[in-house]
Design a protein around this ligand. Structure first.
Ligand code: PMP
Ligand code: GLN
Length: 380
């Protein structure tokens, strides 16, 4: 039978490819972003309690009310912004589903969506599958500074959406208040929506504040902000997240969400709602991961890999140009096979395949593993 692929250029994600290569060669896996330690015991017990007590049937489409209320309280505490739990927040099957559904809801064939590259890999296929046109704005190593005037120059009458990501995967930088102000000015008076990927909202270091779109009332009127419990509670496999948007946008989002997911698994939502009663778990996260970042930084001292600063996320970029001229995908493969450490080559996050000789390493790992990886990397 003759079928026409909607995504003819899409293969297996780099995360699956590099994790499989790490497993095959018994390498330390600092590629795909996930912790090598477990989520909190108390959270597992709370989830288990609801499973055992029979919270096993459909829950409301928007999510368990108690969970939405706890999240509204969290948002209020973190951003000072007050969200309506009934109309402005929806629990999703991870951030990926929230992003996909948001794009499918608002982007139509021929619409343009501005992406800031290097960009997390799920945005572009979601745009293309609905017939939208991704317009890439390239950030350049080592500073990766956004020039908002250049982004403004990409705006046309077809621009439907701009996607931002802060803290940023893979570069580990955060947007500042001036960036959000510039975005607010750029979109003022237009019909452009902002899709803001904020899954690393709590992984932010050196005392900085997370600059969420929720902090900017004018900007929020055109924004959808996406979050993931996987990053916050060290359980990437649970695939639960949420999306926050003003009611008129959320109303449209839910029309699509109810027919591709309806409701997300029940007992996990009840368990997370209980766990969120104590804000300690997320308030301590910046410190927890900052220590890991700093520990990893120390173990890498003396390596020929040159570190970029990581202001947020659990990733750090390293420049390998002192070691090799190879393309980053080749270098990352060789590093895995010959030196026993798996990484992610940054060129895969650029449509153009731009080569800045950078790899991404994940420091969401126990100190013994980071120490072992550092030892191997210092020897290269
Ligand atoms: N956005 C970014 C920037 C991510 O790094 C990730 C996953 N690591 C996601 C979205 C997807 O999150 P989830 O696993 O909750 O779908
Ligand atoms: N977001 C994770 C990363 O950046 C990977 C998620 C996935 O494997 N799809 O490494």
């Amino acid at each position: 039978m003759n079928i026409q692929s909607k995504l003819p250029n899409v293969g297996t994600t780099i995360f699956s490819v590099m994790s499989a290569l790490a497993n095959k060669h018994n390498a330390i896996n600092l590629s795909q972003g996930f912790p090598n330690f477990d989520c909190p015991e108390a959270l597992k017990q709370m989830v288990n309690k609801h499973l055992q007590e029979g919270k096993n049937q459909y829950v409301p489409m928007a999510g368990v009310p108690a969970l939405r209320q706890r999240l509204v309280d969290k948002i209020d505490r973190m951003t000072g912004h007050s969200i309506n739990p009934d109309t402005e927040i929806t629990i999703t099957a991870g951030a990926t589903q929230a992003l996909f559904t948001a794009i499918a809801t608002f982007v139509s064939a021929g619409d343009e969506v501005i992406l800031i590259e290097p960009a997390y890999d799920c945005y572009r296929p979601a745009i293309e599958v609905v017939g939208g046109i991704p317009i890439a704005y390239e950030l350049v190593a080592p500073d990766y500074t956004i020039n908002w005037q250049e982004i403004k120059n990409l705006v046309t009458e077809k621009t439907k959406m701009i996607i931002i990501n802060t803290p940023h995967n893979p570069i580990g930088k955060t947007l500042k208040a001036s960036d959000l102000k510039a975005l607010e000015d750029l979109t003022k008076g237009t019909d452009i929506l902002v899709l803001s990927d904020e899954v690393y909202e709590h992984l932010i270091y050196d005392g900085a504040n997370h600059q969420s779109v929720l902090r900017y009332p004018e900007l929020f009127k055109r924004s959808l902000a996406v979050y993931s419990f996987g990053k916050t509670f060290h359980n990437t496999g649970w695939k639960i997240g949420y999306i926050v948007a003003p009611d008129y946008l959320m109303k449209e989002f839910r029309k699509v969400h109810q027919f591709n997911v309806f409701s997300v698994n029940s007992f996990v939502q009840y368990g997370i709602a209980d766990f969120l009663e104590d804000p300690e778990s997320y308030l301590t996260l910046p410190n927890f991961y900052q220590q890991k970042r700093d520990f990893f930084g120390k173990t890498m001292e003396g390596s020929r890999l040159q570190p970029s600063s990581s202001e947020g996320t659990y990733f750090q970029l390293f420049d390998y140009s002192n070691i090799s001229d190879e393309a980053d995908t080749d270098f990352a493969k060789r590093l895995t096979i010959e030196h026993g450490v798996a990484s992610i080559p940054v060129s895969v996050f650029y449509t153009s395949g731009r080569q800045d000789k950078m790899i991404r390493l994940c420091f969401a790992k126990t100190e013994d593993l980071l120490e072992s990886a550092g030892k191997l990397l210092r020897e290269i």
